[in-house]
Design a protein around this ligand. Structure first.
Ligand SMILES: Nc1ncnc2c1ncn2[C@@H]1O[C@H](COP(=O)(O)OP(=O)(O)O)[C@@H](O)[C@H]1O
Ligand SMILES: [Mg+2]
Length: 247
C-alpha cells in the first residue's frame, strides 16, 4: 500500500477550550492550515461521494484514539459550512464521545431510537452548528453489534439519508469489534483514519482486509498526525488519499 504523504499541513498550537466546546473542534479561530486541510478533505470526499448512490459514510480506524471522533466532528462541520444539511450520528455505541465534543446530553440517541424508546425527532440535536444536526449514541446498550446490524438500523439510515445531504457515522475501532463494518455495509463505505506515529501498518492492513472480506467500499484514508513538542504545542496534519491511489 502506498499512502501519499506529500503536501502535509502542519500547524500549531491548538491548546485551550473555546466556547465550552472541545478545542479540537474546528471554528473560525482554528489555525488556517487546519481549516484548509479539512476543506481539502471535504472536496475529495464530495468528489468520491458524487459517484455513490448513498451519501452516508462511516469514519473508522483500526484502534482507539486514532482520531475517528475528532475527524467525524470536523468533517461534519466543514460539510455543513457549504450549506449542505449534515447529520452526525455517534455509532460508537461502546465508547461514545460525540456528545462530549459538542457538550450535548446523550440520554436519547441511537440506542434508544433503535430500541423503540425514542423517535428520531426526540433524540435529534438540531443546528448544533448551522446546518449540522447530531444524534448522540444514547444510553449504553448490552448488544451494540446486534443493534447496528438490525433492520431498525437499516430503517433509521433510510429515513435520515432522505432528510440529509450527508450522514456521517462515527464508529468503534475496527480491529477490536465488527460494528463499523456491520454499519458500513449499509452506507457508501468507510473513510479510514490513520494516526501518524501511532497506527501500525499491519493494523491498517487488517482493516483493509476486513473491508474487502465484507465487500465494504474504502472511500479514502485520512492521515491524522499529532506531535507534541518540548513546548506544549501540537502539530496537526490531516491528509486525504483516495482509495484508488492505493497500489
Ligand atoms: N490531530 C490531532 N491532534 C491532537 N490531538 C488529537 C488529534 N486528533 C485527535 N486528537 C485527540 O486524541 C484523542 C483521541 O481522539 P478521538 O478522536 O477521540 O479518537 P478515536 O475516536 O479514534 O478514539 C482525543 O483526546 C483527541 O482530542
Ligand atoms: Mg471515538
Amino acid at each position: 500500500m502506498n499512502i501519499n504523504t506529500s503536501g502535509k499541513n502542519v500547524v500549531q498550537p491548538l491548546a485551550g477550550k473555546r466556547g465550552g466546546r472541545d478545542h479540537t473542534l474546528l471554528s473560525e479561530s482554528s489555525p488556517f492550515h487546519v481549516r484548509e486541510a479539512f476543506k481539502t478533505i471535504r472536496t475529495n470526499l464530495q468528489y468520491t461521494l458524487a459517484t455513490t448512490s448513498s451519501k452516508s459514510f462511516v469514519i473508522a480506524s483500526a484502534m482507539p484514539n486514532e482520531g475517528k471522533s475528532t475527524s467525524s466532528a470536523n468533517l461534519a462541520i466543514v460539510l455543513a459550512q457549504t450549506g449542505a444539511q449534515v447529520l452526525l450520528m455517534d455509532c460508537d455505541l461502546r465508547k461514545p464521545s460525540v456528545h462530549r465534543l459538542f457538550r450535548l446530553t446523550t440520554g436519547k440517541g441511537v440506542t434508544s431510537i433503535l430500541c423503540g424508546i425514542d423517535t428520531i425527532e426526540q433524540a435529534l440535536h438540531e443546528n448544533v452548528v448551522p446546518n449540522l444536526d447530531i444524534i448522540t449514541a444514547g444510553p449504553l446498550s448490552p448488544n451494540p453489534s446486534e443493534l447496528l446490524g438490525s433492520s431498525r438500523m437499516k430503517d433509521l439510515l433510510g429515513i435520515v439519508e432522505k432528510a440529509y445531504d450527508y450522514v456521517i457515522l462515527d464508529a468503534s475501532p475496527m480491529n477490536l469489534v465488527s460494528d463499523a463494518v456491520i454499519v458500513a455495509k449499509q452506507t457508501a463505505g468507510i473513510v479510514l483514519i490513520v494516526r501518524q506515529e501511532q497506527s501500525r501498518h499491519e493494523q491498517l492492513q487488517k482493516c483493509i482486509k476486513s473491508c474487502e472480506f465484507a465487500g465494504v467500499n474504502i472511500l479514502g484514508i485520512i492521515v491524522n498526525e499529532s506531535r507534541s513538542s518540548k513546548s506544549y504545542h501540537y502539530g496537526y496534519v490531516y491528509e486525504y488519499s483516495k482509495a484508488t491511489d492505493r497500489k
